[in-house]
Design a binder for this molecule. Structure first.
Ligand SMILES: Nc1ncnc2c1ncn2[C@@H]1O[C@H](COP(=O)(O)OP(=O)(O)OP(=O)(O)O)[C@@H](O)[C@H]1O
Ligand SMILES: [Mg+2]
Length: 300
């Protein structure tokens, strides 16, 4: 990719972007020490008109320990929102609230109002199985099922009743693998185990599996952290293509990646949402001193 899109429709040459980004990985020296209570509310624009996901005053606890403090954020339709911040600041915890993956963690409690298209995600009548089909997830470590490449993709459509006849399933499998940019590499070995693919291929297989059930939102938690630059570039291109049809929230430790793939960026620190703005603003003119310190590599 030679260009990237910072705002919808505005292509910026790659070398012009994110002028404040650190040249070196962040060092642990000179950390800007802050306690959660020293961070006031969120600066920037956490809300948007066309929200697909709306979160208000979200608090998350692991037992007695609070991991997320009063976070309010909208994620707009057909938008990629990047979530960045130092390790342990709560990015994964917050992301997992959006499809109730935290339900699977013993002792984890989520408070606040979270809605998907205006419907309560934590409503008492919500069945998490269809919810997680609507809000799919791709994890840091590719986790194909111990099944064939074909069955990895066909499994979801089968259990969700999207396709049942072989011809229908064949079509869903091919379409999903094509959209994930993997079809040409695997079309002659669909019956081979998914776990036999390379790391980058496995991650694209997991993306194909996520999109096979027609999700509306895709959550990605550091999807490229185990991949080489070529596989990473392929997945970043894919994210840009997927945005036409889906809403995407991506956690990343790579600020370059956040700058390349997202339209909005949310900066978390010690469980608080410090700043949300359009991505270009976050990386060129951050409003909060903590955001600036992080993106310029003064701590991380
Ligand atoms: N299953 C768990 N049980 C107890 N505490 C947890 C659990 N998962 C996360 N935490 C705590 O919640 C806080 C936020 O963790 P989280 O994994 O969300 O951070 P993160 O921003 O995703 O970090 P990283 O960038 O390292 O992935 C941390 O203090 C962490 O120790
Ligand atoms: Mg994490």
């Amino acid at each position: 990719m030679n260009t990237m899109t910072l705002n919808a429709g505005e292509a910026v040459p790659a070398e012009n972007k994110a002028t404040k980004l650190a040249a070196e990985p962040p060092s642990v020296k000179n950390q800007a020490v802050k306690k959660p209570e020293e961070i006031a509310g969120t600066v920037g624009s956490p809300f948007c008109d066309e929200a697909k996901l709306r979160m208000r005053n979200v608090n998350v606890f692991y037992g007695e320990t609070q991991a997320i403090h009063d976070v309010s954020l909208d994620i707009g339709r057909n938008q990629v929102v990047a979530m960045i911040g130092p390790s342990g600041c709560g990015k994964s915890t917050f992301l997992r609230c959006l499809n109730r993956m935290n339900d699977t963690i013993e002792g984890c409690r989520v408070e606040g109002e979270l809605t998907l298209d205006g419907e309560a995600i934590y409503g008492s009548k919500v069945d998490v199985v269809p919810l997680r089909a609507r809000v799919g997830m791709v994890f840091q470590k590719p986790n194909p099922f111990p099944k064939s490449i074909y069955d990895n993709v066909a499994y979801g459509p089968k259990i969700h009743g999207i396709a049942s006849r072989r011809a229908e399933l064949d079509e869903v499998v091919e379409n999903s693998l094509r959209r994930a940019g993997l079809w040409n590499e695997v079309k002659d070995r669909l019956d081979k185990p998914g776990t036999g693919l390379s790391g980058g291929q496995q991650q694209r297989l997991c993306i194909a599996r996520a999109i096979a059930v027609n999700p509306e939102v895709i959550l990605m938690d550091e999807p490229c952290s185990a991949l080489d630059p070529i596989a990473t570039a392929r997945i970043e291109e894919l994210i840009d293509e997927l945005r036409e049809n889906y809403t995407i929230a991506i956690v990343t430790h790579s600020m370059q990646q956040a700058a390349r793939v997202s339209q909005r960026t949310a900066y978390f620190h010690l469980g608080k949402l410090v700043e949300v703005n359009d991505t270009e603003t976050v990386f060129t003119n951050p409003q909060h001193e903590l955001t600036e310190a992080y993106i310029t590599g003064r701590f991380g």
